[in-house]
Design a protein. Structure first.
Ligand SMILES: *Cc1c(COP(=O)(O)O)cnc(C)c1O
Length: 405
């Protein structure tokens, strides 16, 4: 009897998986047999142009990054077998925290194993039931989860809608909330939409609210010197809390951080659960991330190349007749609208030698299916031209572009 009851648990999971497959929501994993880069080798031995990594600055497989990781491993060892506060803090972790602070223009920084943990552990130590968190409706899952772990009152404003943000600020003030924090992704990764931080800061000032931004899709390349969305919008010094990742532009391994005023970071070190109860970032990651920040502080070359590649690709893909979401971010949504078309298109691109991912409902709104292109500083002009030619071929084959006359 009990064995049978137990078996229904597993068959229930299988039914769930079957349903995901039927609905086209099952996420297969493509296996890469090489380093991450502008081109990757698949487990079928074929090389493809990669247009779907968060490898904005091309540092993930970069030789200098790899060397820095090896050097840090040799100096500091493989790992710490400890959380930070027991015996897991090395010189390199302190140096990295300082480098992040100065790069972002913040007082101090605390490292986490991931940005997911930074967002998961930032709210609960800082805010309680007397406070309010006002969150953009399309904020990242880790922000949503972090807010759930905190007792503060929750308010949501319509995505990127400043009028609705003001409505929520008024509501939180009317409810007598003590501290209010407005939280937004600096850049939203599905559309490449850049949050209107200048307006958000003005509204926050008017209502005495704090501002927190998640800079996972911005740190290292947004703004004139790559500091992020706050630099892009001219509001450096007006943001109270920044969370970010070391797993995208800033090297691409893993690891996250929160940067803020000194008191905020000191409280997080004392109380933030993913920091207190999870292992120290590996020295290889700390050392390589440090070398990345030193490199980005010396030169904007990679950031400049990324934006040149982005402008080129945006212009040329539109000239081919594809519809893109307008903007300037290296996330370029190529709109195909129909979910099966987006799936077929991505599959055909893969056969033709380009790695792009299709996104459809419920990841994006119904009728907004797309392939999302992400540019990298590592892409050469030649690779982008080849990718565009393949876009054109797949587009014609699927009848998305008029046949060649
Ligand atoms: C990727 C991402 C995260 C998670 O970053 P990890 O370091 O991989 O955990 C958090 N927030 C946003 C907006 C992201 O895009």
């Amino acid at each position: 009897m009990s064995a049978q009851v137990k078996e229904t648990f597993f068959s229930g999971l299988q039914a769930n998986l079957d349903q995901m497959r039927e609905q086209g929501l099952y996420k297969p994993e493509r296996v890469i047999a090489s380093r991450q880069g502008a081109e990757v080798v698949g487990d079928d031995g074929r090389t493809r142009i990669n247009l779907c990594a968060n490898n904005y600055l091309g540092l993930s497989g970069d030789e200098a990054t790899v060397r820095a990781a090896i050097a840090a491993t040799e100096q500091y060892g493989y790992g710490l077998s400890s959380v930070r506060f027991i015996c897991g803090t090395q010189t390199v972790h302190k140096q990295l925290e300082q480098a992040i602070s100065s790069f972002l223009g913040m007082d101090d920084t605390i490292l986490y194993a991931a940005a997911f943990d930074a967002n998961g552990g930032v709210f609960e130590p800082l805010f309680d039931e007397h406070d309010a968190i006002i969150s953009d409706a399309l904020n990242h899952a880790s922000i949503i989860d972090g807010i759930r772990l905190c007792k503060a009152a929750r308010y949501r404003y319509l995505h990127n809608d400043m009028a609705d943000l003001e409505v929520q600020l008024k509501a939180a003030r009317a409810a007598g909330k003590r501290h209010i924090v407005v939280v937004t992704d600096g850049v939203f990764s599905m559309d490449g939409t850049i949050a209107q931080l200048d307006k958000i800061c003005d509204l926050a000032d008017a209502y005495g609210a704090l501002v927190m931004i998640d800079e996972c899709h911005a740190s290292g390349f947004m703004g004139a010197t790559g500091r992020g969305t706050h630099e892009h919008h001219g509001v450096m010094g007006r943001i109270d809390i920044i969370t970010g990742t070391l797993g995208k532009a800033l090297g691409g391994a893993m690891g996250g951080f929160t940067a803020a005023r000194r008191e905020v970071i000191e409280i997080l070190r004392q109380k933030s659960r993913p920091y207190l109860f999870s292992n120290t970032l590996a020295p290889s990651i700390a050392g390589a991330s440090l070398s990345v920040l030193q490199r980005l502080s010396k030169s904007t070359e990679l950031r400049d190349r990324l934006h040149a590649n982005t402008a080129f690709f945006r212009r040329e893909i539109a000239a081919l007749g594809f519809t893109i979401k307008p903007g300037t971010h290296p996330v370029v949504p190529v709109m195909l609208f129909d979910a099966p078309v987006a799936q077929k298109f991505a599959a055909r691109m893969y056969e033709l030698g380009v790695l792009v991912t299709g996104f459809f409902y419920p990841v994006v709104p119904m009728g907004q299916a797309r392939v999302r292109v992400q540019l990298s500083a590592a892409h050469s002009q030649q690779q982008l031209e080849r990718a565009l030619a393949i876009f054109e071929q797949a587009g014609r084959e699927l009848g998305l572009l008029p046949a060649k006359s």
